[in-house]
Unconditional design. Structure first.
Length: 413
């Protein structure tokens, strides 16, 4: 067994040493040579600078996890040649760079990459040649749950690649005993994306992410934060803020598989009953959120197409709807329906002008905004001058990179 390329250096340096980085094979972890504590301090300083026009009453200390073994999802490009594949990235000339021992991946992911490479070599399928636009194997995506269970997805170019992998499904299941989900995704187009729209399941349908208070269910194209431990910290922080606000009604917009909504619905000593509505464009994600809600005791009500449920223990009512968050907010606010608190967790582009305007004019007392892009967060805050930032906290979701998550609590002036 080979040693991992990412190893701690001396305490005097306080940073991690990666052989791939040192050899110039992979520079994805841009700041790996900077001590982790300094990375976090730099992120906090940059975030405070970006949000200087909306300076919070209090910056809480950053939430920090491990600086290795933290990534719960590997997005591996397939390179090399038929019978000799690489799993990692493609260089600037589109040649495969094998990163199967990458030390920021969760250990259970690293453990299966050699097995997957051996399996792919046995299929005889050729990696996709970007320049020639031929070949079959494009990507392998592996997601790991805290339990050690895995979701493994193969992205291929054509029906032929899908048929070959399907025909070897029994072999694949035997080789990957910890996989509870195995699927093949079809991406026939020649474009810079990681997956196509068609997914064929070879095993299971969703990966159970067993977190500290809630089990979430991830389907193949569901979004989840890449750092499980820091994501748990983010969910708990938002739930604690919501408990302090103690709203009787709550919207969770861009709710994904329901993390924030379900953490806020989970019974706690400080919580009173409330109505929670989660809204997400992905119908698959909403179905996953409904499963988690039922498991938590929010039983589906007869005839409720929205998947609403009430917990008999707390009186809290939870429902999840598939739809556009902005359209949902505009339509409901126009009828006079106004929750006491709104959670927003948008993609990097932010909530945008329309939703910002709707919330600015809504009279909603509190907004909790979780952002992966402080620059768009600042723009959205500019559009909502009626709100002041009470508290803010950086979450170091992506060590060794410039990326971060920041959550803020807004209160109407």
């Amino acid at each position: 067994m080979t040693s991992l390329p990412l190893t701690p250096t001396s305490a005097a340096h306080g940073h991690l040493d990666c052989h791939y980085f040192n050899a110039g094979l992979c520079r994805s972890c841009t700041f790996i040579e900077t001590p982790h504590r300094d990375q976090v301090a730099d992120k906090e300083a940059w975030c405070a600078e970006v949000l200087a026009g909306h300076s919070p009453d209090a910056w809480l200390p950053a939430a920090v996890g491990l600086d290795r073994d933290f990534r719960n999802r590997a997005k591996l490009a397939v390179g090399g040649s038929a019978g000799s594949v690489t799993l990692g990235i493609l260089d600037q000339d589109f040649h495969g760079v094998d990163l199967r021992e990458c030390g920021i991946q969760a250990p259970q992911i690293r453990a299966v990459i050699p097995t997957i490479a051996h399996f792919l070599n046995g299929t005889g399928l050729a990696p996709y040649d970007v320049k020639a636009r031929r070949g079959e194997l494009k990507f392998v995506h592996i997601t790991a749950a805290p339990s050690g269970d895995l979701m493994t997805r193969f992205v291929v170019r054509s029906q032929h690649g899908l048929d070959v992998l399907r025909s070897r499904g029994q072999e694949l299941r035997a080789l990957l005993p910890t996989a509870t989900v195995i699927s093949v995704n079809l991406l026939p187009e020649h474009k810079a994306v990681l997956e196509g729209s068609r997914e064929e399941m070879l095993l299971g349908d969703s990966l159970r992410m067993n977190l500290d208070r809630v089990d979430l269910h991830l389907r193949p194209q569901s979004f989840f934060q890449t750092n499980t431990d820091v994501a748990i910290g983010l969910y708990n922080q938002v739930a604690a803020w919501v408990d302090e606000i103690a709203p009787s009604s709550l919207w969770d917009l861009y709710c994904g598989v329901g993390g924030f909504a379900l953490y806020c619905a989970k019974e706690s000593g400080q919580q009173t009953s409330r109505t929670i509505t989660g809204v997400e464009l992905s119908a698959q994600a909403i179905e996953s959120a409904k499963i988690s809600a039922v498991e938590l005791g929010f039983k589906s009500e007869s005839g409720s197409g929205a998947g609403a449920g009430t917990s008999t223990a707390t009186g809290t009512r939870v429902s999840f709807l598939a739809g556009d968050a902005t359209e949902f907010a505009e339509a409901n606010l126009a009828t006079g329906e106004r929750p006491e608190c709104v959670i927003v967790n948008p993609p990097r582009r932010g909530i945008g002008a329309r939703l910002s305007a709707a919330l600015e004019e809504s009279g909603v007392d509190h907004i909790v905004y979780s952002s992966c892009n402080p620059l768009t967060l600042a723009k959205d805050l500019d559009r909502m001058p009626s709100y002041t930032v009470e508290r803010a906290r950086v979450f170091d979701m992506f060590p060794h990179t410039k990326h971060l998550e920041v959550a803020v609590v807004l209160q109407r002036r």
